[in-house]
Design a binder for this molecule. Structure first.
Ligand code: TRP
Ligand code: SF4
Length: 402
């Protein structure tokens, strides 16, 4: 069985080449090896864009079309919208009860973003809580892995702490002890007594020998007692270790190799800098934008020699050009053998080549939006099955079933 990967993206505008190379390309690859859940994080977008709901509204399905254009295959991954699953909000609320305020205040992105996004008022309850909402997104699907960039690694770390704390607080519910006791009752008196002794010994000394002895008893019971279930084995294994039941699974951050494509001006590609090329940008516009890209500022005239290290176009060559083309550009630049427009042409061609299948894959969804609505509909319902099951366990563990 494949392990589950979960990731989300905020719907705050058309996706651009930076999103593709920095994240989406990796999402596409992960489909081969994992059971992938990808969702539109519209509530997350509201934590910063609560005054601009129209952007979000417009971007939701456009973003899903960009995903499919890039190669996400709705038959192989589950695509859904966060706000269609109120279970995320329920888990967020329940986790909030026991999460220390300091854990959220200490998330590095919190103070950074408040400083950096000066044009927004982020002194809100929602913005402080957003990493916890992210924890709920991840934990509700018991995801094993979360592909995230450097900036989000601390959120996965927080998620792990939250899961650990939850299991510690609620994994040993009275209900759990009652079920464990009933499993214990199926053992012979001797075995039950020995298992209890090993449990105590392990709790007091952490001795591996006690675990081994206890496990042996459980294995014997599984083989010898008719009607014994694997669930009962798991239960007693947890009981023996004193760890209780693992209700929420700690995820791991999946750091895969990603490519950093800068924006047209060499800074990070970002809509707020106006230096992007959209994934489905018109070809003529792609050409115009690249032709107008700044180059080595010290190469003023055609006859001046340049240095690719000072030129944002070179960063594009590093991603888009093969070795011979790169060698040609470098040699031509440093000897003033080629002009900058000449140097840019292979980059223009390569970007257009990359975008062509995206435009083709997007077309049927653009001309018939119902198709993309349906994909999201199906994805949302299969995500709901998993989310509901987790919430049943969580409510049970917290004593919320009356
Ligand atoms: N916080 C992420 C971002 O801003 C998006 C996100 C929300 C996410 N929930 C998630 C990513 C869960 C991974 C897993 O980009
Ligand atoms: Fe940049 Fe190419 Fe011009 Fe050199 S020749 S400055 S690498 S665009």
């Amino acid at each position: 069985m494949k392990q589950r990967v979960l990731s989300g993206m905020r719907p705050t505008g058309a996706l651009h080449l930076g999103h593709y190379h920095g994240a989406l390309k990796n999402w596409v690859r992960l489909q081969d090896d994992y059971e992938c859940f990808y969702f539109v994080a519209d509530w997350h977008a509201l934590t910063t864009h609560y005054e601009e709901r129209s952007v979000i509204e417009k971007s939701v399905y456009d973003m899903v079309i960009d995903w499919i254009a890039a190669g996400l295959d709705p038959d192989r991954c589950t695509i859904f919208i966060q706000s269609r699953l109120p279970e995320h909000a329920e888990l967020f609320t329940l986790l909030a009860m026991g999460t220390p305020l300091g854990w959220l205040e200490r998330v590095p992105s919190y103070k950074d973003q408040i400083e950096n996004l000066k044009d927004r008022d982020l002194a809100t309850y929602g913005f402080l809580g957003y990493p916890l909402l992210q924890a709920a997104d991840i934990l509700i699907y018991k995801a094993a892995f979360v592909p995230v960039g450097e900036d989000q690694a601390s959120h996965v770390e927080l998620t792990r702490e939250v899961a650990r704390r939850f299991n510690h607080l609620y994994g040993r519910s009275p209900e759990f002890d009652a079920i464990a006791t009933s499993a214990l009752a199926k053992l012979s008196k001797d075995d039950a007594r020995t298992l209890e002794k090993q449990r105590k010994a392990f709790g007091e000394t952490g001795a591996a020998q006690a675990l081994a002895r206890g496990d042996a008893i459980i294995r014997q019971a599984a083989a010898a007692i008719t009607g014994w279930t694997s669930g009962e084995s798991e239960l007693l294994t947890g009981y023996l270790r004193g760890s209780g039941k693992t209700i929420l699974t700690e995820p791991e951050a999946l750091h895969t190799e990603v490519t950093k494509l800068p924006g047209l001006d060499g800074r990070k590609m970002s809509k707020s800098y106006g230096n992007t090329i959209a994934m489905r940008e018109e070809p003529a516009e792609v050409e115009r934008k690249i032709r107008r890209m700044p180059t080595d500022p010290q190469r003023v005239r055609r006859t001046d020699k340049g240095d690719p290290e000072r030129c944002p176009v070179w960063q594009f060559h590093l991603i888009y050009s093969d070795a011979p083309t790169q060698a040609w550009a470098r040699a031509g630049c440093t000897s003033a053998g080629i002009g900058c427009l000449e140097c840019k042409q292979p980059v223009i061609d390569a970007v257009l080549r990359e975008q062509k299948p995206w435009r083709e894959r997007a077309e049927p969804y653009l001309s018939n939006p119902k198709k993309v609505h349906w994909i999201v509909e199906v994805g949302t319902e299969s995500a709901r099955v998993v989310a509901r099951e987790t919430m049943r366990d969580v409510r049970g563990a917290m004593g919320l079933i009356y």
